[in-house]
Write a protein that binds this ligand. Structure first.
Ligand code: ATP
Length: 234
């Protein structure tokens, strides 16, 4: 097992937003988390990344990480692409990408990862000297994803990558998630586009009010009436 979470609770001061969830990601899996607004999905990713108060156990790659700092968790190989992309707007595409590899000292690895970024997302190569904020929403999502990959993660956590994108840009996000996963990288994906999230993942978790209401094979969940009604709009 690559990531194992046991009894995770997340707190904002005294308010408990996530109420003791269990979740796991196996090596090479693409796992989707769906659920309505405020269900605790982002809080869970932020707890894994070590940036919000939490209790419970989080194990990654054989090590307990729930008491580690955010920097140590990133070094251990968990990299999050935050909701809203958060690229550096004044920096160029190239500078944004290099920032993603700030922990890597090996110049050859950095060059290889840059090359991979440009082969996964050719438009980033074409625009490598342009400022981050000159890119479209879909391109900024590509940049945020490529920047995360520059760190050489063992687990990529993506928070609503398709939010606010056109259907074509959503499709590109979906295709690249699948490509990256097919190369062997495990992905934990929060997706408001539940249809897409369930289509590309092997397993999924449905969050409701800070708890996991349902979990299982994505194809099984997509066939359930309660999931169809609540999340798939059918
Ligand atoms: P969304 O899709 O809206 O991001 P979510 O499932 O990711 O939803 P969270 O953002 O994790 O949900 O929010 C879970 C709960 O925690 C909500 O009730 C939310 O209001 C609360 N919450 C989130 N961030 C904070 C914060 N910084 N301070 C206080 N409460 C917060």
């Amino acid at each position: 097992m690559l990531l194992e979470i046991k009894g995770l609770r997340v707190f904002y001061d005294k308010l408990e937003a996530v109420h003791g969830i269990d979740l796991h990601v196996d090596d090479g899996e693409l796992i989707t988390v769906i659920g309505s607004n405020g269900a605790g999905k982002t809080s869970t990713l932020n707890a894994i990344s070590g940036i919000v108060d939490h209790t419970g156990e989080i194990w990654f790659d054989g090590k307990r990480i729930d008491n580690m700092s955010a920097a140590e968790i990133a070094s251990a190989g968990i990299i999050q692409v935050p909701e809203g992309r958060r690229i550096f707007p004044q920096l160029s595409v190239m500078e944004n990408l290099r920032m993603g590899a700030y922990l890597e000292k090996d110049k050859k690895k950095i060059a290889e990862r840059l090359e991979r970024s440009f082969s996964l997302f050719p438009v980033l190569g074409e625009r490598k000297n342009q400022r981050g904020d000159s890119l479209s929403g879909g391109e900024q999502q590509m940049l945020a994803t490529a920047r995360a990959l520059m760190a050489g993660p063992k687990l990529l956590m993506m928070d609503e990558p398709s939010l606010g994108l056109s259907p074509i840009a959503c499709q590109r996000v979906e295709d690249r998630c699948v490509d990256i996963n097919t190369e062997g990288l495990a992905i934990l994906l929060i997706e408001q586009n539940a249809m897409m999230g369930l289509r590309i993942s092997s397993r999924a978790y449905v969050f409701e009010k800070g708890e996991i209401a349902l979990e299982g094979k994505s194809s099984d969940l997509a066939a359930m009436d309660e999931v169809k009604k609540a999340y798939l709009g059918v």
